[in-house]
Design a protein around this ligand. Structure first.
Ligand SMILES: *Cc1c(COP(=O)(O)O)cnc(C)c1O
Length: 497
């Protein structure tokens, strides 16, 4: 009844003179859904959710319109608000994005893209029951890490190995097992922070070890370690300063010399390699990184490294080295807390298997393929894409193909830059250029598959190095709708390792 009365009221209002009832000027839901952001809302969230959102926005406008506090908004404004509402309410599931940041192992974008065999292994493992902690030959209980133990031993020369949630966990459990209540001796030049959440001193505190810093930021000598070794000494630790380089008047002690000292004092030597590569990157023309086999050969008792950095696998932390130490660590109750699930174990095993055939790695391992992509090949791709991007961004922007340089990312090889190419999108007019650039970044992020570039000298650069799905990018571009920058645009790019 009341709705009927309201309907009559609206009609009467309409008849009594143009503009006297502002509700009549509100567009229909259908019209809003046809406007740019409305259509985008339908394509991204479906008809039902988009319709509901538009209704909600229109409902929300009524009181202010009736009170005469505001003018009727444009159709696109209403549509944009509905889209923004849906975005805010969207469950923050990990959405696929195009990583055109130029950072191959971008921590914020999920680090390594997995090899096809790893993806297949994950799917198989998810669909079926698997012999995870079960020895099929004997029918007895087995160990889950056996899925990767043999491979890691074979590829690194380690006596034994276990895997945990990530490298931070590997460091935590290794120190907690071998040095709780005792001193852990580390050079001041190696007390790293990897992104805000991994600070070596904090991890050490949680592991229950006392940090004993030796040397200075730029120079640490063997005798610094030697004089710090006291009754309470638990382990000697070396940390690969993976995300920075100390240059100039520097000195650090190599693993070989530290190993000698550790042996003399019967202390375990732990080497946190961070990225931990299994192959000599120098052989592929990249800057060499210390490899896991070399670190073990040089005398480290244990090495720890990540699964999803240079290794190119899933998130994991590997601890490899002397059998008795690895066994001790696997008996720590924290192992249960930090263990890997069957899916990641399967992905890690599949990734490691690829290293048995290093000649094929540049093809089989996406991470290495992305590192090694030739600048000319990337340039050709950027050139192919430029017209579609020019068409999508319109006359407000100048679009050009540029040379640029990519980074490895994840704090690995900080000095290594890779010659690359991309598409530079620059506001055509100088005035309000900053705002326009923000609107552009936001619009690219609103695409059905968000496109993430990086800002460089007043332009948004889309580095094509990691673009495997070129048709996919071309397909989303027509959805680009550049509206004035929303209140809370975030900046793009910038790698937090
Ligand atoms: C990245 C890194 C870590 C942390 O590894 P995650 O796998 O991200 O937990 C620890 N130590 C070093 C030296 C690193 O480079």
């Amino acid at each position: 009844m009341s709705s009927e009365r309201q309907g009559i009221h609206v009609r009467c209002g309409g008849r009594s003179g143009a503009g006297s009832n502002p509700l009549r000027r509100l567009p229909s839901v259908e019209r809003v859904l046809r406007a740019g952001p409305g259509a985008l809302a339908v394509s991204r969230f479906g008809q039902r959710l988009a319709t509901n959102a538009v209704r909600l926005v229109i409902e929300g406008l009524r009181p202010a319109l009736v009170a005469g506090d505001m003018a009727t908004p444009e159709v696109t404004t209403i549509a944009a608000e509905a889209l923004a509402l849906l975005e805010r309410q969207d469950v923050r599931s990990a959405r696929r994005v195009f990583n055109l940041t130029g950072t191959v192992l971008h921590t914020n974008l999920g680090r390594a893209v997995l090899a096809e065999t790893a993806v297949e292994a994950a799917i198989t493992t998810m669909r079926q029951s698997v012999a995870l902690e079960y020895d099929v030959a004997t029918g007895e209980r087995g160990e889950r890490d056996d899925l990767v133990r043999g491979l890691i031993r074979e590829l690194t020369g380690a006596e034994d190995a276990i895997v945990v949630n990530n490298n931070a966990a590997a460091v935590l459990i290794a120190l907690n097992t071998l040095s709780a209540g005792k001193d852990t001796i580390v050079s001041r030049g190696e007390l790293i922070e990897i992104g805000g959440s991994f600070r070596l001193p904090d991890i050490m505190a949680r592991a229950g070890v006392s940090l004993v810093e030796v040397g200075t930021t730029n120079r640490t000598h063997l005798h610094d370690y030697a004089t710090a070794i006291a009754e309470r000494a638990g382990v000697l630790m070396k940390v690969h300063t993976s995300n920075y380089v100390i240059q100039g008047f520097t000195a650090s002690v190599g693993i070989h010399d530290l190993a000698g000292l550790a042996r003399t004092h019967r202390l375990p030597l732990i080497y946190d390699l961070g990225s931990g590569t299994l192959v000599d990157l120098g052989a592929y023309g990249l800057r060499p990184e210390p490899t896991v086999p070399a670190a073990l050969r040089a005398g480290a008792d244990l090495v720890t490294f990540s699964g999803d950095k240079l290794l190119g696998g899933p998130q994991a932390g590997v601890i490899a080295g002397r059998r008795e130490l690895v066994e001790q660590i696997s008996r720590n109750p924290l192992k249960r807390v930090l263990r890997l699930d069957k899916v990641r174990l399967a992905m890690l095993a599949a990734t490691l298997k690829l290293y048995r055939n290093p000649d094929e790695l540049p093809e089989t391992l996406p991470t290495l393929r992305h590192f090694l992509r030739e600048a000319a090949d990337i340039m050709a791709q950027a050139t192919r894409l430029a017209p579609a991007i020019r068409a999508a961004t319109g006359p407000q922007f100048e679009v050009s193909v540029v040379e640029c340089s990519s980074e490895i990312g994840s704090g690995a090889l900080p000095l290594q830059t890779l010659r690359s190419a991309g598409i530079s999108i620059r506001p055509a007019a100088g005035r309000r250029a900053g705002r326009l650039l923000e609107s552009l970044s936001a619009a690219l992020r609103r695409l059905p598959v968000p496109v993430i570039g990086h800002l460089s000298e007043g332009a948004l650069v889309l580095d094509c190095r990691c673009l495997d799905d070129e048709p996919g990018l071309v397909a989303v571009l027509p959805h680009l709708s550049i509206t004035p920058a929303a209140a809370h645009t975030r900046s793009v790019g910038g790698d937090a390792p």
